[in-house]
Design a protein around this ligand. Structure first.
Ligand code: PTJ
Length: 253
């Protein structure tokens, strides 16, 4: 693998891609994760590879939710572990959230490799692998149904990054609040979540850590009001309008 020149117009995007490829070589990421990343890249290209004002608004609300939660949990899959291991640990520390490994393409070997990888990057406790604490959520129809009693099973707020599926609906039916990070505003997860951050996780997670630190100083009532005033559907519509405008302008130029 050659060094990516900082003069390359797509240097940042290529560096992120390289992190994922490295994660694949290390056994953290499944081959399907590479194509999932490609889908994300396409949406990121349309939004201009920057954090939009709508993503910022969603991030503020998501952070308020994490701060007010009693049992917040960050769910980690292979792509998340490869792209933002250190940033996941920092966000968990800042918000008091637990980290749980929860995989769609589940394998014992990969669960343990991801746990090890997160610990190398500073994580203390990583839930989701100790069999004596595992339980099943019957409403979920994939391997993601196996969750930790101390983590996702108990959580009132769950952050589910980079996935498209039935888990968010199931978690919501159980009375939990769900935060999604997804560059595709049309995915099932994006549409079902309470708060959807349409942004690259590599930009969103560091910004979320900063935002949690900033908002932790605010009164609880102020945070509760922010959550109440946020309309996810409206925010997603604005995001899609922005994408559509971007596409039209690209066509002209
Ligand atoms: O590690 P596993 O076994 O749990 O599997 C992980 C993958 C990603 C393979 C699995 O969750 C999956 O198949 O995901 P989907 O259904 O392809 O959904 C991934 C979503 O994340 C898509 O909507 C992508 O647009 C979005 N996405 C990809 N990369 C990023 C992203 N969103 C934000 N930041 C990214 N870097």
């Amino acid at each position: 693998m050659g060094k990516i020149s900082s003069h390359h117009p797509r240097a940042e995007s290529l560096r992120i891609r390289e992190r994922l490829a490295e994660g694949f070589r290390k056994g953290l990421v499944v081959p399907e994760g590479l194509s999932a990343h490609g889908r994300g890249e396409a949406f990121d290209y349309i939004i201009g590879e920057r954090t939009t004002e709508y993503a910022r608004r969603a991030i503020e609300t998501a952070c308020a939710m994490l701060i007010l939660a009693k049992h917040p949990v960050l769910s980690v899959n292979g792509n998340v572990a490869a792209l933002v291991p250190k940033e996941t640990v920092k966000l968990a520390q800042a918000s008091g959230a637990k980290i749980e490994v929860n995989l769609f393409h589940r394998s014992r070997k990969r669960e343990l490799a991801i746990t090890r990888w997160l610990k190398i990057h500073g994580a203390g406790e990583v839930l989701g692998t100790d069999r004596k604490f595992l339980t099943k959520i019957k409403e979920i129809h994939s391997d993601r149904r196996r969750v930790d009693r101390r983590g996702i099973a108990l959580a009132d707020v769950v952050l589910v990054p980079l996935e498209d599926g039935d888990r968010t609906e199931a978690l919501k039916n159980m009375g939990k609040r769900v935060i999604a990070i997804d560059l595709n505003p049309m995915s099932r997860t994006a549409r079902a979540a309470d708060v959807t951050v349409v942004d690259n996780i590599t930009r969103a997670f560091p910004l979320m850590t900063k935002t949690v630190r900033k908002l932790s100083r605010r009164k609880r009532e102020v945070l509760a009001k922010m959550i109440k005033n946020f309309d996810n559907e409206e925010n997603l519509s604005k995001m899609m309008r922005l994408m559509s405008t971007k596409l039209k302008t690209m066509k002209k130029s």
